[in-house]
Design a binder for this molecule. Sequence first.
Ligand SMILES: Cc1ncc(COP(=O)(O)O)c(C=O)c1O
Length: 389
Amino acid sequence: MKLDWPLMQNNIVREDLDAVIAHLRQDDPKLTHGPEVASFEREWGEWLGKRYSVMVNSGASANLLGMTALRELRGPGEVIVPPLTWVSDIASVMQSGLAPVFVDIDPRTLAMDPRRVLEAVNERTRAVFLTHVLGYNGLTHELVDGLAARGVPLIEDACESHGATFEGRRIGSVGWMSHFSFYYAHHMSTIEGGMLSTDDPELYQVLRMLRSHGMVREASDEAVRTDYRTRFPDLNPDFIFAYPAFNVRPTEISGILGRSQLRRLDANNVVRTANLRRFLAGLDPARYRTDFAVEGSSNYAFTLVLREPDAALWGRVEAALRDAGVEFRRGLSGGGNQLRQPFVRRVLGDRWSEFPETEHVHFYGCYIGNYPTLDASKIGRLCGLLNGL
Ligand SMILES: Cc1ncc(COP(=O)(O)O)c(C=O)c1O
């Protein structure tokens, strides 16, 4: 059976491209970041329910800025992270001079187990950096209230979960700050792109400066600019660098694409959610996990995970997907257990087996693309194929 099913399809459509072309047709169009990016940031914040947003050139840059800002504002210490996440969630912690402390996942949400997170909090904890994995909500009351009671900031990586909700609130609107990616393979795309959102005015100013070269004139608050100018009268006010920073600014093209894409996001997610429910309902629960926490989920991918460790069955799953032309990624987010990756092993040694839930999805889990143009009749055929293995 041939299903010809790529990971992502048509994520940037004609109307997005037409919006870019209309911009380019102007005489001398502005291409470096300007009013279109600013409008996208405002519209994004309204959609999300956060006061301030800063667009950057990728989700990895959002992670880097978030962790750098945390280090600048809260000082050195530990950050609690999951082993199942994207490389930049761990790399950004390390690059910022913070120490990652790993906590295993809850198999139903694929995010960190709230009880284990709270147990790991101590006086050195600077933040909990939670990844919402492949569209599932990773928040619980226990976690949100427990962190608030301990005064530990929650940072949400929602790069894989645009539009997911926790009790009606959008994922990414709950924590101190949140990160999104607009890479092509995600819910919406600006080709490459990312966003940080927060309600904290001080953090917002720091993020704006970090997005540039650490430049004070990128702060939007006149009081911040005046303060630096007054304290450093020997410097050209146009070239005061408050932080050793990065320049991870987006272009106007990204802002135009983001605005155009945001208009379709909610409608697209309705289709994705129906697809995921159909996929999980069609799978044989004796072989595959079907009890994911789907309440409020918004998935651009189907999560396929064996119920029990079974190397022979997993071998048949991979062979069947390849034969049917179904693209997949083993290990779920970021290829599975980050502790197995060379860049973490070098620092922490061989500690990956301390995280059995992540180990399971590392070897016996994968994701498959889920997008609005997916022919829904293929979902039943895929489930039939998998159930017969
Ligand atoms: C959870 C998570 N965070 C961050 C990123 C980085 O985003 P980007 O690819 O835009 O750099 C990704 C990428 O896929 C991701 O899945």
